[in-house]
Design a protein around this ligand. Structure first.
Ligand code: SF4
Length: 628
């Protein structure tokens, strides 16, 4: 098909009148990509990049080809399902498209930890971990296991997939199709939800799943279940900057001791045991040869699968994770740096290039993110030098005001923290808050910092006789609880939360698509705390990027910028929203002023003036809710 034909197809699927300028750029670029092309795409949060990417990939797709959308967490599947709901046009639209032979069935794919029907019982009564069920379900006498079922495998898969899709499409008319609805669907079946999902994968043309499915074995199994080769698949990887955060696989000394008890003193186990007592970077040959690693893995998997008596193993031994941890440690041993640290050993994977290499045989791969800078460094870290890039910049920022206040030495730097600083910071916060027509997010760099200013805020409210309500994030607060309270509130709250916490990261606090948060105050800057292996990660990054300065920027400045952008992103969820970002830390001048285009504000009066201009004629929380 020509570009124009594909463009016409994309526009037919596009659910709005006209694509905005970001969406137009994205659609054009994806439609122009060569076969086996890879695109790194950056566009601002809220610019509608997911719908643009999805419509373009659907337009390019030919018969028998499929789309896999990969998101970070299961809850992040919902925004993608919402966009799908808009593309299909609700229940009626879905039926109509289906009757016209348009292949648009979707399937969210989750692991056993979410779909196993026995898990609640096994967790409670047999102390099973989620990981243990993953390995053990075939060994358990589970009546729901497919071979125990009287129906033939695959029977009724199509009507079932259809039923699930109609239900999700129907839900999309009123809002967002939810993962809860998917759970309800599987719980209503008599068979195992996990294995039923596998059968439905063949029927779906769009699969949404999470990052672990990018790993070799799982990816291979997914493609097999979908009945496609990798060159028939289009990948869309959402918020792909997250792929670079270093991941750790950890093994404890008790796990190795348990393996020695079960399998005897194999040389490789003894080496692991001895090395674990040290604190150093370990070379692979110090642990054992490739043959020894393979041998131990096969012994473990035999044992886990068959629960053999001769190893004197019991369900309890398996369920405490020892062998499962050892197995996942051995399976990733080639993919990162191995570090022994007193009774523990870790594999630190700093760059995702090895994991992603499998993907590059696909028909197209689109990595998308709201923050992908420096984009050339990402190309190197993803191991794809031929990738194309598209950076779609924000054009209209008149609905935003971003600034840092350089005032009375405000900062969250450790050395400057004092009772006087906490007091001054609180007073400044409380002076700015009344200017926000909707909820205000006050984000602290840590729980410790928040615990210092929280009582001062309460005292301020009491002594000034204010009616302001405060909602505080704690380690145990659930994000649903917080967002529900804010969505149903009839007066603005001060939400005292953590910059890298649940609320700042991605909870939607919206009313009919408009944000209920209109101001974000950063009470200091959330730099990542120094960690022991930062040097090792840095070394790996420098090696991958061949650029020490860029690696340093990547390790310190970029994570900070991302946290601030992500938090501020809560304020702008639609074209009608307005948002202010106020950073109470002078260090913003060095680290964020340029990249976030911050205005420097010298005193509170100047800040108040700017806030008055920003919020002129902007509906308050109450007005927004009252007007429906
Ligand atoms: S067959 Fe299904 S329900 Fe049974 S243990 Fe395995 S995952 Fe759980």
């Amino acid at each position: 098909r020509t570009f124009n034909e594909n463009y016409a197809r994309a526009m037919k699927l596009f659910p709005y009148d006209q694509p905005n300028q970001h969406q137009y750029q994205i659609i054009s670029r994806i439609l122009q990509l060569k076969e086996k092309g890879v695109l790194l795409l950056e566009a601002p949060t809220g610019s509608g990049k997911t719908i643009a990417s999805l419509a373009s990939l659907l337009a390019r797709r030919r018969d028998g080809e499929k789309i896999i959308v990969i998101v970070r967490t299961v809850s992040q599947m919902e925004p993608v399902m919402r966009e799908w709901g808009r593309v299909v046009g609700g229940y009626d639209g879905f039926r109509e498209k289906y009757n016209q032979d348009e292949d648009i069935m979707i399937l969210p794919v989750m692991g056993k930890a979410r779909l196993c029907k026995q898990l609640p019982y096994l967790r409670q009564h047999m102390k099973f971990s989620d990981m243990a069920v993953h390995f053990l379900c075939k060994s358990l006498p589970c009546k729901l296991f497919p071979t125990q079922q009287k129906f033939f495998k695959g029977q009724f898969a199509k009507p079932l997939a259809m039923r699930l899709n109609m239900s999700l499409a129907g839900q999309s008319k009123k809002g967002t199709p939810t993962i809860d609805r998917v759970h309800q669907f599987y719980s209503g079946l008599k068979s195992c939800g996990y294995y039923k999902q596998r059968e439905l994968m063949r029927e779906a043309s769009i699969i949404i799943t999470t990052y672990p499915y990018l790993n070799g074995n799982l990816l291979e199994a997914t493609l097999k279940n979908m009945n496609v080769d990798i060159n028939q698949v289009y990948f869309l990887i959402d918020e792909a900057h997250n792929l670079v955060s270093p991941s750790r696989i950890s093994l404890r000394i008790e796990h190795v001791e348990k393996a020695i008890f079960l399998f005897g003193k194999l040389r490789i186990l003894q080496n692991l045991h001895n090395l674990m007592k040290l604190s150093k970077k370990v070379q692979l040959h110090e642990i054992g040869s490739a043959e020894e690693i393979d041998h131990l893995r096969s012994v473990i998997s035999e044992c886990v699968k068959k629960v053999r008596d001769k190893y004197r193993i019991t369900i309890a031994d398996l369920s405490d994770n020892a062998l499962i941890s050892l197995n996942s440690f051995l399976s990733t041993i080639y993919n990162g740096d191995i570090i022994a640290r007193k009774n523990r050993m870790e594999i630190v994977q700093s760059t995702p290039d090895v994991m992603l290499s499998e993907l590059y045989g696909a028909r197209l791969v689109v990595f998308q993110s709201g923050t992908f800078q420096p984009i050339n460094l990402y190309k190197k870290l993803f191991g794809i030098h031929r990738a194309e890039t598209l950076v779609s910049k924000e054009s209209d920022v008149s609905n935003q005001f971003r600034c840092y206040l350089r005032y009375k030495g405000l900062t969250s730097a450790f050395k400057k923290r004092s009772p006087v600083l906490y007091q001054t910071m609180t007073e400044v916060i409380m002076e700015i808050v009344p200017f926000s027509p909707r909820h205000v997010l006050v984000l602290c760099p840590s729980y410790d910092f928040k615990d210092e200013i929280s009582p001062i805020i309460s005292e301020y409210i009491e002594t000034h006789n204010l009616k302001t309500k405060v909602l505080e994030e704690t380690r145990s607060t659930s994000s649903e609880e917080m967002s529900n309270l804010l969505i149903n509130a009839d007066q603005p709250y001060i939400v005292l939360a953590i910059a890298a916490g649940k609320l700042a990261e991605g909870v939607e606090v919206v009313h009919k698509g408009n944000s209920l948060i209109s101001m974000v105050i950063m009470a200091g800057l959330p730099f990542s705390p120094p960690s022991k292996d930062k040097a090792i990660v840095m070394q790996a990054m420098t090696h991958a990027a061949r650029d020490k300065r860029a690696a340093k920027q990547f390790m310190i400045q970029i994570p900070l910028e991302r946290k601030v952008r992500q938090a501020f992103g809560r304020t702008i969820r639609s074209n009608q929203d307005r948002g202010a970002l106020v950073i109470l830390d002078y260090r913003a001048q060095d680290y964020l002023k340029q990249s976030l285009k911050l205005t420097r504000v010298r005193n509170i009066e100047q800040l108040k003036e700017r806030l008055n201009i920003l919020y002129e004629d902007f509906p308050t929380l109450k007005q927004l809710i009252d007007t429906g």
